[in-house]
Every structure is written in structure tokens, then in C-alpha cells.
Ligand binder design. Sequence first.
Ligand code: ADP
Ligand code: MG
Length: 400
Amino acid sequence: MIEFKNITKTYGGTKAVDNMSLVIEDGEFVCFIGTSGSGKTTSMRMINRMVRPNDGQILIDGKDIRELNEVNLRRQIGYVIQQVGLMPHMNIYENITMVPKLLKWDEEKMRETASYLMKRVDLPESLFEQYPSELSGGMQQRIGVIRALAADQNIILMDEPFGALDPITRDSLQRLVKRLQMELNKTIVFVTHDMDEALNMADKIVVMDHGKVIQVGSPKEILMNPANDFVKDLIGEDRLNQAIFEYETVESIMRKPISINENRTIAQAARLMSETKVDDILVVNDDNLLVGRIDMRALSRRSKPEEKVSTIMKQVTYITEKTSIRDAIYYVQDLSHRNISVVDEAGHLKGIVTRGDIVESVYDAFWNDYEPLFEEDEVQLDYEKVSGAIEQAQNGGDDA
Ligand code: ADP
Ligand code: MG
């Protein structure tokens, strides 16, 4: 565990980091995010004592890092500035084992670790003797990632390591680093100014502004409850809207279903349909478990009115209350259901979500506070003006 306790770092008169307190758990992926100059790099570099705070304490596993041997501390912590930048004159094996060699690991352990990591990223050991320039760009990137992990440090600091990469490479490396971090249970502190990167990778996001920690939370917490307008701006409106669909469940938009017990008769179902003007009703058993549905077509077939509903009901598709609105959109849209029923974990009927409900929630999220950019966009007919103009045109025509 890494603990920042009231850490302040001043340069000249300005506070690069201002009274920062934070807990980073073992195995956690923490992203520091904020605009340029907000104190991200400074905060990170205090963890391995590359920068000394003016005030406060940093503890690693309960020990004040000032009391630890500086060399040992640095060995315990990996530090990555730029992911690629493999040494061109060293072969792949030498590149991967660069730090372990500095740490004076024995040859066998280095070999084992390098082989293990190559397997983790699906590269053959035959590449060991080759030089970076002989490898494809993608392979070089993967080597760069495992080099960061090769010294087997529990804590790894990464300062905008993917900053210079194109979006596709960046995306695949983010995934790779995240996967390896989880598999190898590393604690990673990662600085970025890219919100997508933070949302993709972090267990915990630390939003910084002017040296202050503005908000700490999981991606979900940050997206669903941004602390203030600064955080909102950093996330951006599109992501905030998308988040609603990802994290909000259909529970919030479902409506009361029209349902009938399976032991009722077809005649009763027909009456219910005509009374409610709903032509597609759900069938439940005595325990309110969803068992089927019936619609107009079922009724119009030559079925006997006194027979039980259960004799003509059809299969029904359903989702649970915990289904995200995004997934519900998929079912209703792409699988072209007009509506979809909602059940709890045990299968009890809870509600129904119609296409209309979904359209409404999409509208609310994206268009609710839409204001036309130009007044002309507003469809507004000034009847007096219009009729006046028509009259004028007609008169003009007469005169001519
Ligand atoms: P970030 O990584 O969020 O872009 P930094 O932590 O690098 O921000 O910088 C935070 C603030 O501290 C900035 O205003 C920066 O100019 C200042 N700063 C950082 N390092 C130094 C330094 N060595 N000397 C003077 N000012 C510094
Ligand atoms: Mg920085």
C-alpha cells in the first residue's frame, strides 16, 4: 500500500502539489489525470523519491519512505517514461533484461523471467537474438511492455508512456498492460491526460487540478458522479451521456407490465387486451414467474375462448433488472423486438421496456437541453408576418 499524507511540493512560490492525501492499494491500477501542469508527474515522482516533498509523508507498506534506503527504494519501483525506445544496439534479450542485469540477477533467473514474459505476450523466444529494427513495430511495442515488467517490481510508475503513439497501437498496448497488470498483480501508478486511457485502464482515477486532488473514484463513480464542472469538462459531455447507458440499468426506465395468469382463459386475455389496448401481454404463473406471452395473432387463430392462456402462449425474451440501458438498446434495436420484459434474478416479472421508453431515454440523455445554435433553426412561424408577406406579394402581383 502506498499512502500520501498531506503532501505538498512547492517550486518557488507555487504549489506544484497541494496537500495531497491518497491511498493506493496493492494490485491497484491508479491513473492520475488532469490538465498539463496540474501536478501529476510531480506527485508520481515523489513515490520513488525522485522529488522530495516540502511537507507531508509518503508511506509504503506503512513505512515512511524517507527512512528507506534510497537505492533499495528505487529498485523496488519500476519507472517508465516512454514505452518503446528499445536500445537499437542491444538485442531483444538484452533489452528485456536491462534492469534485472543492473540489479545483478543471476543469468538463470533472468532467462526464466524473460522466457515467461515472452510467452505472456505470444512472442517466440527465437526473437531473443534479434535486434529491435528486425521486428515489426507492434512486436517492438510488446517487448517494450514486458521490459517494464521484467525486473518484477511490485510497483510500477508510468508517466504518459503511450503519449506519442497512434490511437490503434495505443489501444492495444493499453489492453496488454492492463491484462498483464491483473495477471501479475502489479500496483501501477499511471499518469495520463487522456480520459479514455484513464477510463480504460484504471481501477481508481485521481483527478488533479492546480496541485490539488479534486476527485478520487472508480471510472464508474467518476462518470456517474463527477465532483464539479472541472471534472465534467474533463470527461466531456459525450462520455457522460454514454455512461448513463452503460451504467444505468433498465430498472430506471421500465414500466409496469400488463400480465395475465397462465390459468386464465383466452377470453379473459382477449378482454384484457381490449381494455388496456395492449396487444402483446405477458403470462405469469401463480408465483409471478414469467412463463410466456400472448399476442393478437395467437388470439385470432381458431382457439377456443374457454381454454387456458397457457395452451396458446409463446416463448418470451427477457432481460434482468440489472441489464444496462445500452444492452437493452441492442435487444430492442438490433434484435428488433418491439419491447422486452424485465425479470428479477429469480425470474419474477418486474416490468417491461418498450422501444418508446428507450427512445425517450436516449432523447433525454442527448437532446434534453439542446438549444438551437442559431435562431433560424427554430421552427417558428410568425403567422402575422407570414400572412402579411403573402398579402403583400399578392398586392404587388396585382399592381404589376
Ligand atoms: P503535470 O505532470 O500534471 O503536467 P507537473 O507535475 O510536471 O505537472 O508540474 C506541476 C507544476 O509544477 C507545474 O506548474 C510545473 O511548471 C511545476 N514544476 C514541475 N517541476 C518543476 C521544477 N523542477 N522546477 C520548477 N517548477 C516545476
Ligand atoms: Mg507530467
